[in-house]
Write a protein that binds this ligand. Structure first.
Ligand code: TNX
Length: 527
């Protein structure tokens, strides 16, 4: 078949599909290309072997999957994304035997070279795409790679119908870290279910597998708790700056959990305590441990509120809250916050964390907390999230706990890029796009053993943002770089190579209406 490749409306190369090496590596063309090694893939896959030809995706292409429900769903997800992004309606498992010329196979196998649960292999031939994985999560990561390989516009000008050329070759891929998360603070400002879904969907495209929701803080309590209704009838009605606040019903929360699960992401709920609890104490003053007059709070100060760690009622309350949330939250983790409890006496804080850990475990979950929780004698199944105290991360690791690496100076999405950025804070640092990329979560905490690191997470605190456009301004493009820090080993990361692939995300960012920050440090326009 004769095939032409068009770049910006001009035919720059004509080649014959099926003949390998039709794009000579010496021919300098931009995008699209049939050289798989030049594809704008983020995170960069572990191993790639280009075959310098292409698979032609068109309306005759069919998707076939292993017959289990989870693999079928992966096939359907791919079909939906190809439908909405490229206006192609591809059948999934329409018949057992196919006579279709072009097939995308998504199948389960136990004989994969790599043993990580999210590993996958992708063979792109001229007439078939073979995606194999041990688990549906692996297959799901693999279809993100495939989506990233489909050019924005049909680029085979001689084909009778529109055809999108996907560069052929072989990819073997697996993540460097098991945990690759992003956090959204929905307490300082409330974000609607639709806004949260949009963020989750973008993160899934970059192979994130965890979404942590900071559900409560001084300024608002955002999740319905049926046994303590005033948490939301009273505690959800405020936010930073005095806006109307809001909350998720348990049904809406389940909808978010399911939406993340469809993207093979776990949703980790956080109820921040014993500090950051003004909204809960304002709703139920019996919980308060400050003894001061309680008012609702719409400012941005931290460290002034606390539960009363010596009151039984507080633990009865927490047992109810954690039981209700655990029942609708399939993640093995429950995040108890534990940060900046400056209004809690140190002894009370330690007593509190140890008691709450037992409640979390009683409801079948592993506790996660910000690095301060390592002051207590926490169990080795609990996880500490490093944000500002390496010594506490080291202490937790020495006790056998795993660590999530989220240093404020490198991984905080709410830090301004530079003095010009419209949103964000800068108490920890200014974090330009290249600085966000140029560090290594594996070595950031000196002396922290690699085996102790569960992974990386990028928190987005919302004091200065209140809608999708503002969220996206801070999150993107930095969250795309954090995806690569979590997935791709340090030896394969390089800013200049990454920068080119980041520029290659423009079609995705623009067509999905993502309000990313056009940092001056990135050469956004192709030379
Ligand atoms: C510190 S980081 C906090 C949050 C703020 C954030 C703002 C952490 C565990 N606590 O309460 O929102 O700084 O950057």
């Amino acid at each position: 078949m004769k095939t032409s490749i068009v770049f910006k409306g001009t035919i720059v190369l004509t080649c014959f599909l099926g003949i390998t090496a039709c794009t000579s590596p010496k021919v300098k063309i931009n995008y699209p290309t049939t050289d798989l090694s030049q594809a704008a893939l983020i995170p960069k896959p572990l191993n790639m072997a280009p075959a310098y030809s292409a698979f032609g995706l068109d309306s005759t292409t069919v998707i076939l999957t292993t017959a289990t429900e989870d693999f079928k769903k992966v096939g359907q997800f791919l079909a939906e994304k190809i439908g909405s992004g490229w206006d192609l309606n591809l059948p999934v498992n329409a018949s057992e035997e196919t006579t279709a010329e072009r097939t995308i196979f998504i199948y389960q196998t136990d004989s994969l070279a790599m043993d990580a649960p999210e590993a996958y292999e992708l063979y792109i031939n001229n007439d078939s795409v073979l995606l194999s994985a041990r688990t549906a999560s692996g297959a799901f990561r693999g279809i993100q790679t495939l989506r990233q390989l489909i050019p924005e516009q049909p680029n085979d000008t001689l084909a009778p119908q529109p055809m999108w050329l996907i560069p052929s070759g072989r990819i073997e891929d697996a993540p460097n870290f098991a945990y690759r998360g992003a956090m959204l603070d929905v307490a300082r400002h409330f974000f609607t279910v639709e806004e949260v879904k949009k963020y989750i969907d973008i993160l899934a495209y970059y192979k994130y597998n965890a979404f942590h929701m900071h559900l409560t803080d001084d300024q608002g309590w955002r999740l319905e708790i049926k046994s303590w209704p005033k948490l939301t009838t009273v505690g959800a009605q405020t936010e930073v700056g005095g806006g109307p606040g809001g909350f998720y019903t348990q049904e809406e929360f389940k909808e978010l959990v399911a939406y993340a699960a469809e993207r093979h992401m776990q949703l980790i709920p956080e109820v921040d305590m014993p500090g950051h609890t003004n909204a809960a104490c304002f709703a139920y003053p019996i919980l308060d441990g400050t003894g001061k007059e309680l008012k609702n709070y719409t400012g941005t100060r931290v460290g002034f509120s606390t539960f009363d760690a010596q009151k039984d009622t507080v633990y009865t309350f927490l047992d109810d809250v954690i039981r209700e949330i655990a029942a609708i939250s399939p993640s093995p983790y429950f995040h108890i916050g534990g940060d900046e409890s400056h209004a809690t006496k140190k002894g009370d804080y330690i007593y509190f964390v140890e008691k709450v850990e037992q409640i979390v475990q009683k409801h079948g979950k592993r506790m996660v907390g910000w690095n301060e929780i390592a002051q207590a004698n926490i169990s080795s199944s609990s996880v500490a999230q490093l944000w500002n105290e390496p010594h506490n991360a080291l202490k937790a690791a020495a006790n056998g706990s795993k660590i999530i690496v989220s240093p404020a100076t490198k991984a905080y999405l709410d830090m301004q890029y530079d003095t010009e950025s419209k949103y964000g804070l800068h108490w920890a640092a200014y974090i330009p796009v290249d600085d966000a990329y140029n560090w290594d979560p594996a070595t950031f905490v000196e002396g922290l053993p690699r085996e102790s690191i569960l992974g990386i997470e990028a928190p987005l605190w919302s004091e200065t943002i209140s809608n999708s456009a503002e969220l996206e301004y801070l999150a993107f493009p930095r969250a795309i770089g954090y995806a690569e820090l979590g997935w791709t080993p340090a030896e394969q990361r390089d800013w200049e190579d990454y920068e080119k692939r980041l520029v290659g995300q423009l079609p995705f960012l623009n067509s999905n209406n993502i309000n990313f920050y056009r940092s001056q440090r990135v050469a956004w326009e192709n030379p």
